[in-house]
Design a protein around this ligand. Structure first.
Ligand SMILES: Nc1ncnc2c1ncn2[C@@H]1O[C@H](COP(=O)(O)OP(=O)(O)OP(=O)(O)O)[C@@H](O)[C@H]1O
Ligand SMILES: [Mg+2]
Length: 520
């Protein structure tokens, strides 16, 4: 009897294997579960004699178990197949995580036949087998099938077979879930990067896309939102005032005043009252009470320009405002709160001034909370064409001459010049060239004598090439120093040259070391 059963089940084993193989291939065919479940259930029906194979999945949001796909059920039958965990046989399986077998559905009160698919059949002839689909310990749904009741078929066999298929489905679901998560993550990352690219901050008043200036824009973006004191350093004409403006107008204080104090232009005698105001009668000529710049800037920003030119006495007073955030008017006793954001600038080397004892170190630290260094124009000559275009547009709009561009030799001369007066000097140079221009193109001979005198026109291609190479060398050295935070040895290593050669090149190109120096 036993031997007979074994031989009669042989073909079934083979059938099972080939069915499982086919199912695994079906599951691989598409990443969309809905596309693969249908064919998979057909295989179950066709090859394993399992009718009305049904895949139900638990919807985590609604807590409902619904039919994901079914073989042999109409759409409306499928629609009716909704259960709660614990409800009916399928619900029990999802709730307990245990398989269930109903040998004759007519004898099982738990069997709801909610879909109504079996009404026309004699219920006593149908068996129902249902197994859980598990991801780890979590039950995510159930797989079930009907078969015609047959005393000879062992239900354990059916449960085992369905469980194998269920675990294959679970793997497929897991794979799709992680692929979907990965896809969502990548999409979100992509969107974020796109936004970052579009939003890459660039103050509207400042021209230039050199790497050095990109760094400055990033710093402006970083600091604008806060109230941190900013110290802008850089040679004369590099655009320090523009940066101060950009910080204020990109800050939450942009609607409030931006008050500039030129510390170099004011004589000591009036500076204090200019900054802090005075009470009536505080000194001869103080005929009325007057508000100082710190009070006028309330809620906004105060721009202390040329802060390196402050006298010793004023430095102490400024230090106090920065420390205590309050002050008194000259001749007054009332303490006034200073709700201002301080932006300071200087073209002097403050460290040098400290060494000479003409600038207080404690004040330097108070100001240098967020330092921004503006590199001289000769160190970012790649900005030249954009700046020239910008100034041509700015000044040709003024007059009636329509100058539209600069000739290549003229631009080449501008690229060679060292620009001690930086962007301001370039701006003046273009303004002047527009005045003498005779047609719509600025020619080399129309440039100012300073520019012409320093190098003379390019006499040969070799000379032009040398100039271009020098420029390239210079920018490479500056970039490597910047990346190495001023560490010459490290910068030399990245360029593959000796430290000694690095030293020689830094001197040859007159590269200012200030920008790379880090204090503290
Ligand atoms: N990147 C730039 N883009 C456009 N214009 C610029 C730029 N840099 C400077 N300028 C122009 O150059 C002139 C000088 O700039 P700014 O007054 O900001 O320089 P500064 O660093 O404050 O100089 P100083 O130390 O002499 O006061 C201004 O007319 C300014 O508009
Ligand atoms: Mg200035």
């Amino acid at each position: 009897m036993k031997a007979k059963a074994n031989t009669s089940q042989r073909p079934r084993d083979v059938q099972e294997l080939s069915a499982l193989f086919e199912i695994s291939q079906t599951l691989d065919a598409s990443m969309d579960l809905r596309e693969v479940v249908g064919p998979m259930l057909s295989v179950m029906a066709g090859k394993l004699g399992m009718l009305r194979g049904t895949l139900t999945l638990l919807n985590r949001d609604t807590g409902e178990i619904s039919i994901e796909s079914a073989h042999g059920l109409s759409v409306s039958q499928r629609e009716r197949g909704r259960y709660r965990p614990g409800e009916g046989v399928t619900g029990m399986v999802v709730q307990t995580g245990q398989p269930a077998v109903v040998p004759r559905i007519s004898e099982e009160p738990l069997f709801l036949d909610r879909t109504g698919a079996r009404r026309k059949l004699l219920k006593k002839d149908i068996s129902f087998i249902c197994v859980p689909i598990k991801l780890g310990r979590e039950v995510i749904g159930a797989l079930s099938a009907d078969r015609l009741f047959d005393e000879k078929v062992s239900f354990e066999e059916d449960v085992r077979l369905l469980s194998i298929i269920a675990s294959m489905i679970a793997q497929a679901v897991r794979l799709r879930q992680s692929a979907e998560e990965e896809h969502r993550r990548l999409t979100a990352e992509n969107v974020r990067l796109q936004e970052a690219l579009q939003d890459r901050f660039r103050p509207s008043n400042i021209i230039g896309d050199s790497r050095a200036m990109q760094g400055v824009y990033d710093q402006i973006a970083q600091v604008s939102g806060s109230r941190a004191t900013v110290l802008i350093q850089g040679e004369s004409g590099t655009g320090k005032e523009l940066v101060a403006h950009a910080i204020h107008y990109n800050s939450p204080r942009s609607e409030k005043p931006f008050v500039r104090v030129n510390c170099a232009a004011l004589p000591e005698s009036v500076l204090e009252s200019e900054l802090f105001g005075h009470e009536k009668g505080a000194f001869t000529g103080a005929i009325a009470q007057r508000k100082g710049r710190f009070e006028l800037a309330a809620g906004g920003s105060i721009f202390l320009d040329e802060v390196g030119d402050f006298t010793a006495a004023t430095q102490i007073k400024l230090l106090r405002v920065l420390q205590e955030r309050e002050f008194e008017r000259v001749g007054g006793t009332k303490t006034i709160k200073a709700d201002v954001r301080v932006v300071a600038a200087t073209s002097r080397d403050l460290l040098q001034l400290i060494a000479e004892d003409s600038f207080r170190q404690d004040l330097y630290y108070r100001l240098n909370v967020f330092p921004i260094y503006l590199p001289p124009l000769r160190e970012r000559k790649t900005d030249m064409p954009l700046l020239v275009d910008h100034f041509i547009r700015k000044y040709s709009a003024d007059g009636d001459k329509r100058v539209t561009r600069i000739s290549s030799p003229a631009l080449e001369m501008l690229m060679r010049y060292e620009w001690p007066g930086n962007v301001r000097e370039l701006e003046n140079c273009i303004e002047r060239a527009l005045l003498v221009a005779t047609d719509e193109v600025i020619q080399a001979h129309q440039l100012p004598p300073s520019v012409l005198a320093s190098h003379g026109p390019a006499s040969s291609d070799a000379e032009g090439l040398q100039a271009a190479l020098d420029n390239l060398e210079r920018e490479m050295i500056i970039n490597s120093l910047r990346a190495a935070r001023g560490n010459r040895a490290a910068a030399a290593r990245t360029l593959g040259i000796s430290e000694r050669l690095m030293g020689l090149r830094v001197r040859k190109h007159n590269i200012s070391a200030r920008q790379f120096r880090t204090v503290r």
